[in-house]
Write a protein that binds this ligand. Structure first.
Ligand SMILES: Nc1nc2c(ncn2[C@@H]2O[C@H](COP(=O)(O)OP(=O)(O)OP(=O)(O)O)[C@@H](O)[C@H]2O)c(=O)[nH]1
Ligand SMILES: [Mg+2]
Length: 195
């Protein structure tokens, strides 16, 4: 598929099904803990500075944000999990919103599941991966902030992450940096293959 990735815009934000776009364009959702770099990933992939709003403050993204890419596909920015300063009630609301999207959305082609390359995956990261595998949702693991780890340590970090996730070798695993743009072409290849 030929996609002009420069032709991108925010389409809408939704809290539930009734607000999702009503067509059959393929969607790629971004999941990961708060602050892992989901919005930065979208911006990098689309060559934009701040289309998906980023911030040093976790919990910035609160709704499902749908981005139209050249009227051919969409990115769906999903609020991050694991942000400590939210109430139990808010966490439950978050859970229902994500679960509804991931388990019922026919447009969904794959989830880009982001993990921080610097650290072992959190319990929430592991749970998200297990959830996606259980529902047989195609998953692309993107390890973010690779620029913060010297190359000599990349193999060690990659092995540790794969082990903790119980990574399925038939899934994609991509090292990524929004700073250096490392992994961007590979990420696009993996995404386009899922559409
Ligand atoms: N060095 C480095 N910093 C990054 C990278 N990606 C994101 N960041 C920084 O990490 C912080 C959080 O990035 P966001 O993209 O807002 O994270 P998010 O996952 O969208 O966070 P929420 O919306 O809160 O869930 C920002 O300060 C980014 O500049 C990366 O690849 N390398
Ligand atoms: Mg965000």
């Amino acid at each position: 598929m030929e996609i002009n990735t420069h032709n991108a815009e925010i389409l809408l934000s939704a809290a539930n099904k009734s607000h999702y776009p009503q067509d059959d364009l393929p969607e790629i959702a971004l999941a990961g803990r708060s602050n892992v770099g989901k919005s930065s990933f979208i911006n990098t992939m689309l060559n934009r500075k701040n289309l998906a709003r980023t911030s040093g403050k976790p919990g910035k993204t609160q709704l499902l944000n749908f981005f139209n890419i050249d009227d051919k596909m969409r990115f769906v920015d999903v609020p991050g999990y694991g942000y400590a300063r939210v109430s139990k009630k808010e966490r439950e609301k978050w859970g229902r919103m994500i679960e509804e999207y991931l388990t019922t959305r026919e447009n969904l082609r794959a989830v880009v599941s982001l993990v921080d390359f610097r650290h072992d995956p959190s319990a929430d990261d592991v749970q998200m991966y297990e959830f996606l595998k259980y529902y047989e949702i195609p998953v692309i693991i993107v390890a973010t902030k690779a620029d913060k780890i010297p190359r000599g340590k990349w193999n060690k970090h990659e092995s540790a992450i794969k082990k903790k996730l119980n990574f399925d070798p038939s899934d994609d695993f991509i090292l990524f940096s929004s700073v250096s743009k490392a992994g961007m072409d590979q990420a696009w290849d993996a995404i386009l293959e899922k559409l």
